[in-house]
Design a protein. Structure first.
Length: 510
């Protein structure tokens, strides 16, 4: 068990790094910051040369791998860190200097429990990418296929475990201070981050996520997922087919190759909507470096460590909210928030609808270059404070991914209108899922499943109430009151007395 002193020492050390990059100034100025947190920030800042312009992303980058991942999580929470900090954290580059290949080779052979020559004809010793959790090498398999091999950095699990333990401790202290801190539910934020990280540290689960996403995206032929080589995949190594395309971040190369950039933007937005709304399982790290354009115009995604999942009920609410904002039906959007329990019942639906109108109306009909989903989310977060709405953890990843998709789509086509692109897909999904045909189909399926369970239900009844055997029914017995006279030796005494009385009566009869 880590001591309080250790947690405080880690926080002060990390706070010192944040202070040197000016990343604590917002915490000190925010009136909602609890006084003890503000004091700790001031202690960490003592003697540091604080720049005028905060560099949040650089600060988290300097602290280390776990902080990089935490920073990416906080980029989804402008309600906690502020719009400026959240926007700056979006530029966090999850990149670190690579480890020597000798270290990687040893880690691979320990994981595979056999020589690499049994599985690969060759492996490029210079990695094509190195991040906080793993690094990737190009390789040729023994059967001649080119693949990408992702290898977990040795010791990264222990490093993350130490950091997360302190994050949990700090979140518990802050939440215990009550007020605005309790409403923002920092412990739940850290718990969500912990679960995301646990998935990323198990590369088999990443492979399974890629496989599941590929199945769900069969309806979108313009969005592909690389195949997983399960024979060369373990918990610490992921092997997948090589992607030979152009990164969506390289605009000039895309233009030189003759790609239709507005069409790519449309395909990307539609793929995201298919994942988030239709399937409820989406790639939650869709930045430009993880997306490639193939020669035929299709988009390929990589890096499936962070995935989001939304159940059907939440997806229905989400689709109706988006469609309501698109069409200007703010009253229905407000009603959905109350139905979903996002807004406490003591508030007024009409007042909430008016607040939503103030957010949505300035955005409608504008191109992405003239609006920002990030700004809209920030406005929505301000509403959440006014209407006592608690954080919805299942929507954190979705918010982050929406901002990412907006950024990539804008880079490809500054004139793209996400609302117009989303409207046909969302309206069709709502009609398919919530229309009269869908209602009848759902009812038929439910009734059929009920009918299919009837035979088993009858068998269960027979087990509970078996058919009487061949013996004749017992005659009715009159009811006799039973008197409890105690337990233990009292029962023995009564039994002896009864026996003695019975013997005496028998002698009298004789």
């Amino acid at each position: 068990m880590t001591t309080t002193v250790t947690h405080l020492w880690r926080l002060l050390k990390w706070g010192r790094t944040l202070a040197r990059h000016g990343a604590l100034s917002g915490i000190e100025r925010d009136p909602n910051t609890p006084a003890p947190v503000r004091r700790l920030a001031r202690i960490a800042r003592l003697g540091a040369r604080v720049p005028k312009q905060p560099r949040y992303a650089d600060a988290f980058q300097a602290i280390g791998p776990a902080a990089i991942k935490l920073g990416q999580t906080l980029a989804t929470r402008p309600d906690i860190v502020g719009e400026v900090a959240a926007h700056d954290l979006l530029r966090l580059q999850d990149a670190l200097p690579p480890l020597p290949f000798s270290v990687i080779r040893d880690a691979m052979e320990r994981s595979f429990e056999r020589p690499l020559s049994d599985l690969f004809a060759s492996i490029d010793e210079v990695p094509i990418g190195a991040a906080s959790i793993a690094q990737v090498h190009a390789a040729i398999t023994t059967d001649g296929r080119k693949v990408a091999v992702k290898v977990l950095r040795p010791g990264v699990e222990a490093e993350f475990a130490r950091a997360i333990e302190t994050y949990e401790w700090a979140a518990a202290q802050v939440e215990g201070m009550g007020g605005e801190a309790r409403r923002l539910r920092p412990r739940l934020v850290i718990e969500t981050f912990k679960r995301w990280t646990a998935r990323e540290l198990d590369l088999r689960r990443e492979g399974a996520s890629a496989s599941e996403l590929a199945e769900g995206m069969k309806a979108e032929p313009d969005f592909l997922v690389p195949q997983i080589d399960w024979a060369r995949t373990t918990g610490k190594i992921l092997t997948l087919e090589w992607v030979d395309g152009i990164k969506l971040s390289d605009r000039q190369a895309l233009i030189a190759a003759g790609h239709d950039l507005p069409a790519l933007a449309q395909k990307l937005v539609r793929a995201f909507l298919r994942q988030a709304i239709a399937e409820g399982f989406f790639h939650a790290d869709m930045h430009q470096g993880n997306l490639f354009a193939l020669a035929d115009g299709r988009i390929v995604a990589i890096d499936f460590g962070i995935m989001g999942r939304i159940d059907r009920r939440a997806r229905v609410w989400l689709a109706e909210i988006l469609y309501g904002l698109i069409t200007g039906n703010y009253k229905r959007v407000a009603e959905i928030h109350f139905e979903a329990g996002y807004v406490p019942a003591h508030h007024n639906v009409a007042e909430f609808a008016t607040a939503l109108r103030a957010v949505g109306e300035p955005m409608r009909g504008l191109a992405v270059k003239d609006m920002s989903i990030g700004m809209m989310l920030d406005s929505l977060f301000n509403i959440t404070r006014d209407f006592d709405m608690q954080t919805q953890p299942h929507l954190l990843l979705l918010q982050k991914t929406m901002v990412m998709v907006e950024g990539v789509a804008t880079a490809l086509d500054p004139d793209v209108n996400l609302w117009e692109t989303a409207a046909p897909f969302v309206s069709e999904w709502i009609r398919t899922e919530l229309g009269p045909e869908a209602f009848v189909a759902d009812r038929l399926i439910e009734d059929f499943r009920t009918l299919a369970r009837l035979p088993q239900l009858i068998r269960n009844i027979e087990l509970a109430y078996p058919t009487p055997g061949g013996a004749p029914p017992a005659p009715p017995l009159r009811e006799i009151e039973v008197i409890r006279v105690g337990g233990g030796w009292r029962y023995v005494a009564v039994a002896l007395l009864a026996a003695g009385t019975g013997v005496a009566a028998t002698l009298l009869l004789i």
